[in-house]
Write a protein that binds this ligand. Structure first.
Ligand SMILES: *Cc1c(COP(=O)(O)O)cnc(C)c1O
Length: 500
């Protein structure tokens, strides 16, 4: 199967090339030439498969230029019990009959980014070998938190790669910082940038566009790449867990094969919910996709009105990984529902860049209404939801998952839809322990001026769940990276790292 750009069908390449390039040279995103399908019979067979086998079934339909051995090796290296703590990799927790929490956070950083970033390095290295590129890949990341750590964990000690992460000195939480500066691995590098996230991101972008640096890196056999969320190699692995969850529900006799389900996704950049949409197009029996936002509700308005308008106040919320006003992956969805009309998509994206706003056609509006329902939850509603679910079921959710659950409850009271429902859970509650403890105790000052590890302990006691090992270990892990650089010194940091 080949891939082409959402903005120009003439730009075409293999899956391996799409993964190496990340973004199409015209600024569009790579999409598969067609969406492959599964029959109900094939889906019912997944019930007896392991997560790795399900991953192979789904990914082999998209990465057709990978040999069976290569793809199986990538999957085997990524989804291990050692890294995810469970053979099921992404278990579905039954809250009650008809409501299932798809836990996507059992990976090494306790958040759902691991589902894709554990396998991406292997897909990338395989692609590079396959395309005959004889270079070591250097991944550069500017991070506002979760992605940097997940990328470090994914790339650490992967042969043929190096990774350098920059985080803003004022812009990540204490735990996030500790997670990064204690990272081990013989190919990793971490530095703080004196400034905010934009400073770190601009610095990294400047390196990517510097021709002299590219040439210098080239002569030393290095190739720069990024691991951001629009890479096809991050999206495709996310389709797997929707099939896997459905297969688990069949296996547990919670649903019959063919029975339609709803899927609720706490959404930021639109990657996770787009993967659910692709799963639906591939034949997964889905009734509604429910797009859940926090008070940065640009997507709620878009799905309800067909007008995308990013000209609004940016809110800092207790579900920070969803504090986003431009959802890049939406472009892939629009392209698909426009009937692969690249001119139409190019026009929308031009308007978005120029005016921060566009309105889609009536045809797309109708599709939006057919496929999605949307809603949002405020911080207060999110906290109330954490408390209510805990009191009723003894289950502790993180703030992002609680946004999804709150929006789901609003959907049910509006529609009386009793379709069985999977709620995507994107982070461990321990990752956002202060907010979760505030919700559970009702004390909004909880955790202020308290040691991070004491909060983890308190949450562990309250929730009767163990603190995840990866977070617990931070207390005693040695700090390996204590470099802080100025905004204009990022290039030097990379040069030192690569000994250029
Ligand atoms: C990244 C992230 C999201 C948003 O996912 P998208 O694919 O960007 O929509 C939601 N929750 C958590 C915890 C995340 O890290």
């Amino acid at each position: 199967m080949n891939y082409h750009s959402t903005r120009n069908k003439e730009i075409s390449c293999t899956a391996g090339q799409a993964i190496i390039k990340g973004l199409s040279p015209d600024g569009g995103l790579f999409v598969p030439d067609f969406i492959p399908e599964f029959s109900l019979d094939e889906i019912s067979k997944m019930a007896q498969m392991t997560y790795k086998e399900r991953a192979y079934a789904v990914l082999s339909k998209y990465l057709t230029d990978f040999s069976e051995d290569d793809l199986k090796n990538c999957i085997a290296s990524a989804y291990t019990k050692q890294k995810f703590g469970t053979d099921s990799i992404a278990p579905s927790y039954r809250l009650r009959k008809g409501e299932y929490i798809l836990e996507l956070w059992h990976g090494p950083t306790c958040a759902f980014k691991d589902m894709a970033l554990q396998i991406l390095p292997h897909l990338l290295v395989t692609s590079i070998k396959k395309e005959g590129v004889n270079k070591e890949v250097v991944i550069l990341v500017a991070t506002s938190g979760d992605t940097g750590k997940a990328a470090l964990e994914g790339f650490a000690d992967v042969d043929g790669t190096r990774i350098s992460v920059f985080y803003p000195n004022d812009g990540v939480s204490k735990t996030q910082k500790l997670q990064m500066v204690t990272q081990s691995g013989n190919n990793v590098n971490v530095a703080a940038v004196n400034g905010n996230f934009d400073d770190a991101q601009s610095g990294v972008k400047a390196i990517f566009t510097d021709k002299d640096f590219e040439n210098l890196a080239n002569t030393h056999n290095f190739m720069l790449s990024s691991a951001n969320s629009i890479n096809w190699g991050r999206l495709a692995p996310q389709i797997v867990y929707y099939f896997s969850s459905y297969a688990d529900l069949i296996k547990g006799q919670e649903i019959n094969c063919g029975e339609k389900i709803n899927i609720v996704v706490p959404t930021g950049n639109f990657g996770n919910i787009l993967a659910a949409y692709y799963a639906k197009k591939m034949g997964l029996p889905v009734n509604k996709l429910i797009c859940a936002s926090n008070s940065n509700n640009v997507l709620t308005d878009f799905i309800e009105t067909g007008i995308y308008d990013r000209n609004r106040k940016f809110n800092l919320t207790i579900s920070p990984s969803m504090d986003i006003l431009i959802s890049s992956n939406l472009e892939r969805f629009l392209y698909d529902v426009s009937g692969n009309n690249n001119q139409e998509i190019a026009d929308y994206m031009k308007k978005l860049a120029e005016d921060g706003k566009y309105e889609v056609s009536d045809k797309i509006k109708q599709k939006l209404a057919e496929i999605f329902s949307a809603g949002f939850a405020s911080d207060d509603e999110t906290k109330q939801t954490i408390k209510a679910v805990f009191d009723k079921y003894g289950y502790t959710m993180d703030t992002h998952t609680a946004v999804a659950y709150a929006v789901y409850k609003k959907y049910v009271s509006k529609t009386n839809d009793e379709t069985k429902t999977i709620i995507a859970s994107t982070a461990s509650p321990f990752k956002f322990s202060s907010s979760v403890m505030q919700a559970l105790t009702g004390d909004n000052s909880y955790g202020k001026n308290m040691d991070e590890f004491d909060i983890l302990e308190a949450l562990s006691e309250k929730s009767e769940e163990k603190v995840p090992k990866a977070l617990q270990e931070l207390k005693t892990k040695p700090v390996i990276f204590d470099v802080t650089c100025q905004k204009d010194e990022l290039m030097q940091v990379i040069k030192d790292f690569l000994r250029l």
